[in-house]
Design a protein around this ligand. Structure first.
Ligand code: NAD
Length: 271
């Protein structure tokens, strides 16, 4: 069967942060299959980023790998300069890079708190600011898209579900939600769309301990009404939709892709 998204993003230029693994890699593949050129940002594991570039090029797509730490202003500025120099502009930004530094709250260090905020929240600020400046400079190109540009912020179900033992992470994702909505409100009049995706439990390296043993997986499945752990491709499909004109009237919203995790499954038997 042919890919239903083929051609949906033809000619558009996308940047995906933290795209060398997990959800980011699947998102990069999905965007490339839909016809976009994709810049694969990485901060570690250059071979994985280059392998993904080769994979996309082999299937007739266009990609490049760009090193940058999203929490460093100069790295982010250089990354956007390189992308815009090479491909002329940017149409789609996916703020995907994220980390966890877990600790019981009473033991959480300032360094654990700061590191998570710097990558998960400040990183999204720095990248979104560069992308939206370019969207505004260039304006709408009707042959490419109805919008001047699209930003997709990777959040988490923990933008609304409190998470003991992960206070820094949950606070950063709550921040991503309000960041996304405020930028969407500020820039909608110039046709910039900003949305979030809140994944539930997706099988990637970030949460390996939650699914790598049968006991851990069984315990995790109790939280998921749809009774399966998510696949990175589930998130990629949502990103392609939010990046395309199929979602042209959608801005400032979070799309939960979580198999029902946010439906309070503990209440299914009456609570
Ligand atoms: P992952 O660990 O595979 O991916 C995270 C990526 O971010 C990695 O490529 C990592 O190298 C990169 N990264 C970390 N710090 C960076 C920095 N300073 N600069 C640039 N890149 C950096 O995990 P994942 O599950 O694919 O996570 C992707 C996103 O999805 C994260 O924002 C995460 O919070 C979110 N998310 C994941 C899940 C899940 O169940 N896997 C659920 C909800 C939200």
């Amino acid at each position: 069967m042919s890919d239903p998204n083929a051609g949906l993003l033809t000619g558009q230029r996308a940047l995906v942060t933290g795209a060398n693994s997990g959800i980011g890699a699947a998102v990069a593949r999905g965007l490339a299959m839909a016809g976009a050129k994709v810049a694969i940002n990485y901060v570690v594991d250059e071979p994985a980023a280059k392998k993904l570039v080769n994979e996309i090029e082999k299937s007739a797509g266009e990609a490049m790998a760009i090193h940058a730490d999203v929490s460093r202003e100069s790295d982010v500025q250089q990354m956007f300069e390189r992308m815009i120099e090479t491909w002329g502009s940017i149409d789609i930004l996916v703020n995907n890079a994220g980390i966890q530094r877990d600790a019981p709250f009473l033991d959480m260090t300032l360094s654990q708190w700061n590191k998570v905020m710097e990558v998960n929240l400040t990183g999204q600020f720095l990248c979104t600011r560069e992308a939206t400046r370019e969207f505004v400079r260039r304006g709408v190109v009707p042959e490419l898209s109805c919008a001047a540009g699209k930003v997709i912020c990777m959040s988490s179900v923990h933008e609304v579900i409190p998470w003991a033992g992960h206070v820094n992470y949950a606070a950063s994702k709550g921040g991503v939600m309000m960041f996304m909505q405020s930028v969407a409100q500020e820039l909608a009049h110039i046709k910039v769309r900003v949305n979030g995706i809140a994944p539930g439990a997706i099988r990637t390296p970030i949460n390996r301990v939650a699914w790598e043993t049968p006991e851990a997986e069984a315990s995790l499945l109790k939280l998921i009404p749809y009774a399966r752990i998510g696949d990175p491709a589930d998130i990629a499909k949502a990103v392609v939709w939010l990046a395309s004109d199929q979602s042209d009237y959608v801005t400032g919203t979070t799309l939960f892709v979580d198999g029902g995790m946010t439906l309070y499954p503990g209440f299914r038997e009456g609570g």
